[in-house]
Design a protein around this ligand. Sequence first.
Ligand code: ADP
Ligand code: MG
Length: 238
Amino acid sequence: MGRITLDKVRKAFGDVEVIPPLDLTIEDGEFVVFVGPSGCGKSTLLRLIAGLEDVSGGEIRIDGQDATMVPPAKRGLAMVFQSYALYPHMSVRKNIAFPLRMAGLDAAEQERRVKAAADVLNLTDYLDRRPGQLSGGQRQRVAIGRAIVREPAAFLFDEPLSNLDAALRVGMRLEISELHKRLKTTMIYVTHDQVEAMTMADKIVVLRAGHIEQVGSPLELYRAPRNLFVAGFIGSPK
Ligand code: ADP
Ligand code: MG
């Protein structure tokens, strides 16, 4: 399960309202991309959903339950950080198991989940290595593995590929899309890259200055952009 609804969610930092009241529904299993220029509020919106920021108003529901005041660790969502957030002194196995160790799962269950995640991500042969002994793409997979083992209701990605080179980015894009097909878990993916949005999304949310300009499938946005901002932001479809 992973249906997320935002009802008049808003966020201000001091006197500055960066997200005016916003409504959004993300269906279970959807791959939703938040796209928009730098500073438009993509990360803030994702962090509100994750619980890393408190809302200034409104309500967030996860699978029908009010999650607005629920702390991040109890929301059942997993944020995927860029690969540089790995612990360099720990093996891949320990990096992936880290959230499970923190949650106090027993060693056998930790190992079962790490093996399953490593299998999905083709990391089985790398579990005893350190992050420094891996390629950029493999390191990014370890970061994703750390999210998978938590068996979350949804994965939240904030520009996970932005520190990879162009060729690697294309490969990882395909891998994340493939992972979504396999797991069928809700994914929310933040990017300022139109091509990522158009090629990966079931549903694109175009943001501008904290509000939603348009929501639709890549084809819908391409065929019927609501205004010049959306048209200018969306390239050609896949
Ligand atoms: P994006 O991820 O789309 O680049 P952000 O969500 O990071 O945008 O930022 C949206 C706006 O909120 C920006 O104007 C940014 O300066 C502001 N902002 C983000 N985080 C904070 C914060 N902790 N304190 C004050 N302003 C912030
Ligand atoms: Mg951001």
